[in-house]
Design a protein around this ligand. Structure first.
Ligand code: 1GP
Length: 241
């Protein structure tokens, strides 16, 4: 089970790194090159997903990834068509920073039976958008407002509510290409009040930002855009741990 694996590494204090691949933005060859770099650098997880992406792209991409590595592949879904039996697990996201009922329960009802049928491990995840000083695709697509980046109390209350609702992980996201990643103060505050693994992503572009995120309490740092532009960065960030 992927969740138990994540939980045990988080409990051991491992600084985990995940590379996010958005198949809508890249070629299969580039996916393979990315995965090879990730594997050699000791990355822990490959995430696959994006705001605009087709089902076939998801299947083809995961298949290509699996040809190169046995690293766990997790779906980070941008929509209900981003589901594939080829993945190892899916982050079953509830967008709890927003008030769009469709992203709190609607899409879950639509996709639950398919996920069950293909026996894909679904990990209930409290998905919290934090203002990254940039209007991001996820804000537009979800039609929700992110949490203010200077209000840790709201982030704490939101994360604690997610944990109380039974969610098993927290994903704090400044959004792909954010100008500012999730601030340290938000991460330290949420870490202090919750006990489940914390993912953080959005706008992390260098080892210093990744180190700050790990030191502030993130268990898993996610990097997408920056490594898409520069594959060498995977190794630089991974070896900074
Ligand atoms: C976006 O957290 C991810 O949802 C990753 O963001 O592409 O900016 O690294 P970046």
């Amino acid at each position: 089970m992927i969740y138990q694996y994540i939980q045990s590494l988080a409990a051991a204090g491992k600084k985990m790194l995940a590379v996010l691949i958005d198949p809508g933005k890249t070629s299969i060859q580039h996916v393979k090159d990315t995965v090879l770099q990730a594997k050699n650098a000791g990355v822990d997880f490959i995430l696959v997903g994006g705001s605009l992406m087709l089902n076939q792209e998801m299947d083809d991409t995961i298949q290509a990834i699996k040809q190169e590595t046995d690293l766990p592949v997790l779906i980070f879904p941008g929509s209900t068509i981003q589901i594939s039996s080829k993945a190892d697990a899916i982050l079953f996201l509830s967008l709890i920073s927003g008030r769009n009922p469709d992203l709190l329960i609607g899409r879950h009802v639509e996709s639950a039976m398919l996920i069950k049928q293909i026996q894909l491990e679904a990990i209930p995840t409290a998905y919290i958008l934090i203002d990254g000083k940039q209007f991001t695709s996820v804000q537009y697509i979800s039609q929700t407002l992110p949490l203010p980046s200077d209000k840790p109390d709201i982030a704490i209350a939101t994360a604690v509510a997610g944990e109380m609702l039974g969610m098993k992980m927290i994903y704090m996201d400044a959004g792909s290409g954010a100008l500012e990643p999730v601030p340290e103060k938000i991460l330290t505050s949420v870490k202090k009040h919750t006990a489940i693994p914390i993912w953080v992503g959005g706008g992390i572009r260098n080892p210093e930002q990744a180190i700050r995120a790990w030191q502030s309490g993130a268990d898993i740092v996610v990097v997408g855009n920056a490594v898409e532009e520069n594959l060498q960065l995977i190794k630089t960030i991974a070896s900074s741990r």
